[in-house]
Design a protein around this ligand. Sequence first.
Ligand code: NAD
Length: 362
Amino acid sequence: MNDCKIAVLKGDGIGPEVVESAKVVLKAASESAGLLMELIDFPIGMEAYRVFGRTLPPSTLEGMKSCDASILGPLQTGSYPSDDKDSPMSSGKIRKYFDLYANIRPVRSFNREKPNTKIDLVIVRENTEDFFPNINLHKGYGEFWTDKNTVLSLRVIRRSSCERIARTAFELASARNKRKLVTAVHKSNVLAEGDGLFLEETRKVAKEFSPQISLEEKLVDSTAMELVMNPKRFDVILTTNLFGDILSDEAAGLVGGLGICPSLNAGKDYAIAQAVHGTAPDIAGKGIANPVSEILSTVMLLEWLSFRNADGLRFKEIARIIENAVVSQLLSQNQDERTLDLGGNASTQDFTSMLLRRISDG
Ligand code: NAD
C-alpha cells in the first residue's frame, strides 16, 4: 500500500517542463527514503481542453480530491479559448475550491558571491478574496460594467478570513524563530474599511503572541520601497491577496528572479505546491526554464504533509534530501550547474539530472 498519494497537474507554458522535473526529483528522493509515494497525473489547462473541451474537467477535481495533496504548474489565466466550458479558469479558482486560504511565499537569497547579504523573509498572502472574490460577476472576478464607460470592482474582506490569515503569519513567525516580527502590510489610509478590518483582526491575534512576536504595520507603497532598500529587516510579511501577489514578485527580483521562489497554497485539510511564477510564454517549450521554484514548492508541501501523517519524520527527511541538493547546486561555482536565468548554461533537463545525481550520491 502507498503511504501517500499526490496529484500532479502540469499546467500550461513551462508548466510541463518544471512539474516533470519536480516529479522525478520527488520520486527519487522518496524512494531513497523508503517512502511509497504514488504520483498520479491529471490533465488541466490546455492539455485538458484538447481532450475534454474544457480546462478543468470534473474528473480532474475529483482526482485531486482523492489524493492527499497536489503539485500544480502555472495556468494561462485569462487566455483560454472562448468555448472553454470552464473559463474563466485560473489558479485562484482552484485555491477557492479547496479553501486554500494561505499562500505562503518564502524569499531566500542563494548568493554565491556575497553570502552575508542574505535575504530570508516570507510573504503570507490571503489567498481567497480581496479583489479576487469568490463570485463570477464578469470574467471570473468581482468586476462589472455599470454602463459602457464604467467598470466597478468589488473587494471582499471578511473578518474570519483576516483572523485566520493573521494567525497563520504569527504561527509561522514563532516557528521560524528568526527576527520574530510580523509586518502587516495594508493601505488603510485609502481602503479604510477593508484594511481597517484586516488590521483590527491582526492586532487581536498579535496580542495572543505578544511579547514573543512583535507586530508592525506598514503602508504597502512604502513597503514596496523598503523591500528594495532594506529587505533584510523583514521576517514575515502578512498581507491581503493583491498586495501579496505583487510584493512577492518584487521580492523575487531581489534574489535572482521567479525561477527560484517557491510557494504553497495551504488550507486546513488540503495543500497545493505551485511555483510563484506564471507560464513564462517567452521561454516555454525551449527546455531552459528553471525548475527550482516548483521543486522547492514541493519541499514545502512535504513539510505540510509531515504534520498530517503518522510517518511525518520520513516526509521531513525527504524534504531535507531535496532541499540540501537544490541549495548545494545553487551555490555551486560551476556555471554548467545553473540554468540560464541564473547566468548558467544548464537546460532544465541538465539541471534535473545533476540534482538527481546529488540525491543518489547522498
Ligand atoms: P511569468 O511569471 O510567466 O514570467 C515573468 C518573467 O519571468 C518572464 O521573463 C519569464 O521567462 C521569467 N520566468 C518565470 N518563471 C521562470 C522560470 N521558472 N525559469 C526562468 N525564467 C522564468 O509572468 P507573466 O509573463 O507576467 O505571465 C505569463 C502568464 O502566466 C499569464 O497568462 C499569467 O496570467 C499567468 N500566470 C499564472 C500564474 C499561476 O498560474 N500561478 C501566476 C502568474 C502568472
